[in-house]
Ligand binder design. Structure first.
Ligand SMILES: C[S@@+](CC[C@H](N)C(=O)[O-])C[C@H]1O[C@@H](n2cnc3c(N)ncnc32)[C@H](O)[C@@H]1O
Length: 367
């Protein structure tokens, strides 16, 4: 068993031997962000040669439309000087590069903008520095949103929150029990259920889940990043746009998944070598953002959001200016970004906006 183990597999087993089964959230945090071996610290996971592809990597149209949203919000804010354009988890910097190119349509925006990129991955940070080198906008990198200086801000995040750790509980006859990770007789990691129920756990659940049946799994994510975002936007002028995959209403289900080389893998194998993610619970996220004092809009399905921002006419324009081969690529990008089939992101991915209450309804969220 030990032959094929990653350094993190060994470390996780050492910790379980010493302290007993590990909460799913702790396991996920180690796999993704362990400072030495974590998945998001050691590599560029994106693109054909990585493990997965995201919307900005599918087509320039995605980042361009986000850029148009950003400048429209800046206009709604009264065009403040020194506006912080913050991206959480910027990947290769592709979305921001495309957004800044599109943002040139708004006179004065690029002179007012200062980029703040929140990233824990040194490999990706180096790529972001290269990607954004020609953008002529001041750029700063931070490990957390809280390090970004206060002031007017527009925050964007694509596939950031799904990479933050979740915890899980399972419904049993005597209440909800925490789901943890232990070591099986064969030496492999396996799910274990804590013996004692979590005290008063049902009181924290949305009412619709009080009728959950035995065996159903509920997932929750630490609110820290969402609370930081909400607190900031309630205090200072600004808005945020969050795009991610997940469900509009809190519900049950085991959504923890691992992806490696573009195929699903076992989340409990090869720790630190696969991308681990779980659905974003947009209802829980919206409740937290509202509790912090912001105004929340959506969720909208990604297809509806991109359509309201004009993806059809952008695609038509790009097609008319390109070759047949390029037109074909744009058609397949459209199918990926807005389609509803198995590989389409159109409905699985959702978008919410959150604003300082003084701002009007942000673009695309008008009813
Ligand atoms: C799934 S990738 C998405 C990248 C990019 N937004 C895109 O759409 O292509 C997640 C991004 O968040 C970063 N990341 C993951 N966990 C993070 C954390 N806890 N704090 C800051 N950045 C994080 C990753 O390094 C990566 O840049």
């Amino acid at each position: 068993m030990t032959e094929s183990m990653t350094p993190l597999d060994i470390e996780i087993r050492r910790r379980i031997d010493a302290a007993g089964p590990m909460p799913v959230g702790q396991y996920m945090a180690l796999c993704l962000a362990d400072p030495q071996h974590g998945y998001y610290v050691t590599r560029d996971p994106l693109g054909a040669r990585g493990d997965f592809t995201t919307a900005p990597e599918v087509s320039q149209m995605f980042g361009e439309l986000i850029g148009l949203w950003v400048v429209a919000v800046w206009h709604q804010m009264g065009k403040p000087e020194n506006v912080r354009i913050v991206e959480l988890g910027p990947g290769r910097g592709t979305m921001m590069k495309d957004a800044l190119r599109a943002a040139k349509v708004m006179p004065g925006f690029l002179d007012a903008a200062v980029l703040h990129l929140v990233e824990i991955n040194p490999v990706l940070q180096a790529i972001q520095e290269q990607t954004l080198a020609g953008s002529h906008v001041p750029q700063f990198w931070h490990k957390t949103l809280n390090e970004v200086p206060r002031g007017p801000a527009i925050v964007v995040a694509n596939e950031f929150f799904d990479a933050l750790p979740i915890d899980q509980a399972i419904k049993m006859t005597d209440g909800w029990h925490r789901r943890t990770i232990g070591i099986g007789d064969d030496g492999n990691l396996k799910y274990v259920i804590d013996e004692a129920p979590l005290p008063r756990f049902e009181t924290t659940l949305p009412a619709a889940l009080h009728a959950a049946e035995d065996g159903e799994i509920f997932e929750w994510r630490s609110d820290t990043e969402t609370m930081d975002l909400g607190r900031r936007l309630a205090r200072d002028p600004g808005a945020a746009l969050i795009v991610d995959y997940g469900h509009s209403e809190s519900s049950t289900g085991d959504t923890l998944q691992a992806v490696r080389d573009h195929v699903f893998a076992d989340p409990l194998a090869a720790a630190g070598e696969a991308d681990l993610t779980a659905h974003v619970d947009f209802e829980a996220m919206s409740r937290t953002l509202e509790a912090m004092g912001t105004q929340v809009y959506g969720p909208l399905a990604q297809a509806a959001f991109l359509s309201r921002l004009g993806i059809d006419s952008r695609a038509a324009k790009l097609k008319s200016a390109g070759s047949r081969e390029q037109a074909h690529q744009i058609d397949s990008a459209m199918a990926r970004l807005t389609g509803f089939g198995r590989t389409g992101m159109g409905s699985l991915f959702k978008v919410i906006a959150c604003t300082n209450p003084s701002l009007p309804v942000p673009p695309a969220f008008e009813s």
